[in-house]
Design a binder for this molecule. Structure first.
Ligand code: ADP
Length: 273
């Protein structure tokens, strides 16, 4: 770890006297370094697609192109614009997560509907990629979880989305839900993708940290997905878990505490009550 940084100042203090003020500024300086790194990263992430986009605009303006070529260039430009849009959306999500209060115990989200929406998102993504993945969805327990539906859906969809995007053609992705009012809720997604070396695992939730920059770019990632997931899970009192065997696949998941979980209120029970 880095040595502590102490700031020392001499202040005039009465007739001919001085007051010595010392302050530990280590944390302050670290926060400032992190802020500066973050701004540099964001700028870089925005500049790359912008440079590509500008290049295409120049080509379109200066070269006589066939209708076919034009439409190919426009398609490539649309992809860069979408990338920037995704990045800005993820940045806004992160900043909203940081600024808003922890979701209380007031809003209950059905695990069944969360699982159904997650499956619909996953099937749409798989179809659009056309890599012949096999998706397996386990049954969702009859539970409700206290929290924000949009946040929880973005967490599970991000994890399943990563599994789909990083797993090569023909791979298998398996989603499991389990739990009870006593044990809490557990979610996990297992893939047969490339896996991740152990040394990278602790750093994956850092903003813009990627194991393989070029692959992440290819797969359309912003580098912010797991940072968002970690935030959401922690805000709901849970813990993000990951395990991986390089060459065999990865498992990502989380556990939410019993305090945030209750049995689903079924229609018949609601009528009886
Ligand atoms: P990205 O937008 O790059 O996917 P994430 O924060 O979601 O950003 O993930 C960070 C990095 O973790 C990815 O760039 C990738 O290297 C790695 N990663 C995440 N999920 C998986 C997975 N299921 N299989 C292999 N690598 C993964």
């Amino acid at each position: 770890s880095r040595p502590s940084r102490i700031s020392v100042q001499l202040h005039p203090y009465g007739e001919g006297r001085k007051l010595l003020l010392s302050r530990d500024v280590t944390a302050l300086e670290q926060a400032e370094t992190m802020r500066r790194d973050f701004v540099a990263n964001v700028s870089h992430e925005i500049r790359t697609p912008l440079t590509v986009l500008t290049g295409f605009v120049e080509t379109l303006q200066s070269l006589p192109l066939s209708a076919e070529e034009r439409s190919r260039y426009l398609g490539l430009m649309a992809r860069q614009a979408e990338r920037m849009q995704g990045l800005v959306n993820d940045l806004l999500t992160l900043s909203r997560l940081e600024g808003s209060p922890i979701p209380g115990l007031g809003e209950w989200v059905g695990v069944g509907s969360l699982a159904a929406q997650c499956e619909a998102d996953a099937r749409a993504l798989t179809e659009s990629l056309g890599k012949g993945h096999t998706l397996v969805f386990g049954p969702a327990p009859a539970l409700e979880v206290a929290g924000m539906a949009t946040e929880l859906l973005s967490a599970v969809s991000n994890l399943v989305g990563n599994a789909i995007r990083y797993t090569p053609a023909g791979g298998r992705i398996e989603v499991t839900w389990s739990g009870s009012a006593e044990a809490g809720l557990a979610f996990s997604v297992r893939d047969t993708g490339p896996g991740i070396e152990a040394e990278h695992l602790p750093r994956l939730t850092e903003r813009f940290y990627r194991v393989d920059r070029s692959r992440s770019r290819e797969t359309g990632g912003t580098g912010l997905g797991l940072a968002i997931v970690k935030h959401v899970v922690q805000r709901h009192g849970g813990e993000l878990r990951m395990a991986s065997t390089p060459g065999a696949g990865s498992t990502f998941g989380f556990q939410l505490p019993p305090a945030r979980v209750r049995p689903a209120v079924t229609a018949s029970r609601a009528t009886l009550a």
